[in-house]
Ligand binder design. Structure first.
Ligand code: SF4
Length: 309
């Protein structure tokens, strides 16, 4: 639990507990599990006890009260008339994890509802559990200052979960909804028209898989057409150093790659996610690490966010 964060799209994070169970390919290299294991291992998996963070409620209240101080400051108020701090709740777990004791969830939800001077950002991989969990604590309404994002990493997850998100938005009047496409593991094409925000990022850390930059470009362009806010978080550890269509149209200068996965490794990557010198939009990619790969997409930093509630 900490309010300082390196996550580019939020001002702060608050965690009411650590721990989770992996539910899909986006969880394969869960950064939260890696981080948690450095301090207290044993909180991931079916039946593993989650680690409660007792001070989380106080921290959320402090952030909420800070806002009152900021807003009362004439100079800050003048510079940022619509200033609201965005707080990502549960960066080290999933708020709708059904293995968490119900009273922990009830406490977290109560604080989320109470702290309405913040823009609360919730991100879940368990969209089908949201209403069930709320009903279990007797809740059937949604706060106006909390947005819901779902993680989708490929087309299959988009097709399965976005209709559920839309349905929930209609029934509970969610103020903003969106997608966290991180780690993006394949191309996604769809109707973005009623999505307010899409965050895209490639994978970083141990075992990171490459993200084809055309996947991100396609989502960027679909967002522009739909009027959806687009935030490009990072390329991840891999960056292209050879584009067959541009650098080598007659296929005579293809580089040798080692087809490995760690830092310094090189591999081919095509639009469908396959490896090998075949397929559409073949690139050669190198694992240079997240910092070097950066977060510019075609030379542009994309930092759009949904409008405050
Ligand atoms: S849902 Fe999130 S916190 Fe849980 S295992 Fe997957 S990536 Fe990790």
């Amino acid at each position: 639990m900490a309010d300082a964060t390196k996550i580019e799209w939020t001002d702060a994070t608050v965690n009411f507990w650590w721990g989770c169970t992996k539910v899909g390919p986006g969880c394969d290299h869960c950064y939260a599990e890696t981080q948690s294991n450095r301090f207290t291992p044993g909180h991931w998996g079916v039946g593993a006890p989650r680690r409660k963070i007792a001070s989380a409620g106080k921290l959320l209240n402090r952030l909420d009260n800070d806002y009152a101080w900021w807003a009362a400051d004439a100079q800050i108020g003048k510079l940022h008339p619509n200033l609201r701090r965005r707080v990502f709740v549960q960066s080290m777990s999933d708020l709708f994890d059904l293995e968490v004791p119900l009273e922990w969830f009830a406490e977290a939800w109560g604080k989320i509802v109470q702290c309405d001077r913040l823009d609360i950002q919730i991100v879940t991989k368990r969209i089908s559990a949201v209403e069930k969990r709320l009903a279990a604590i007797g809740v059937n309404t949604w706060p106006k200052h909390a947005g819901l994002m779902i993680t989708v990493v490929n087309q299959a997850e988009f097709d399965r979960d976005v209709p559920r998100l839309r349905s929930l938005k209609r029934r509970m009047s969610l103020p903003w909804i969106g997608l966290s496409a991180e780690p993006l593991l394949g191309p996604i094409v769809g109707d973005f028209s009623d999505l307010d925000w899409i965050i895209v990022g490639g994978e970083s850390g141990r075992g990171a898989r490459p993200m084809h930059p055309d996947w991100a470009r396609s989502i960027r362009d679909q967002c522009a057409a739909a009027g959806t806010a687009f935030f490009f978080k990072q390329h991840g550890d891999w960056i292209a150093f050879y584009d067959r269509d541009i650098d080598d149209p007659d296929w005579r200068r293809c580089p040798r790659v080692d087809d490995q996965m760690g830092r310094g490794a090189e591999r081919y990557h095509n639009l469908a996610g396959g490896t090998g010198f075949h397929g559409e939009r073949v690139l050669a990619m190198r694992n240079v690490g997240k910092a070097k790969a950066g977060r510019l997409l075609d030379g542009v930093e994309h930092n759009a966010m949904p409008r405050a509630a």
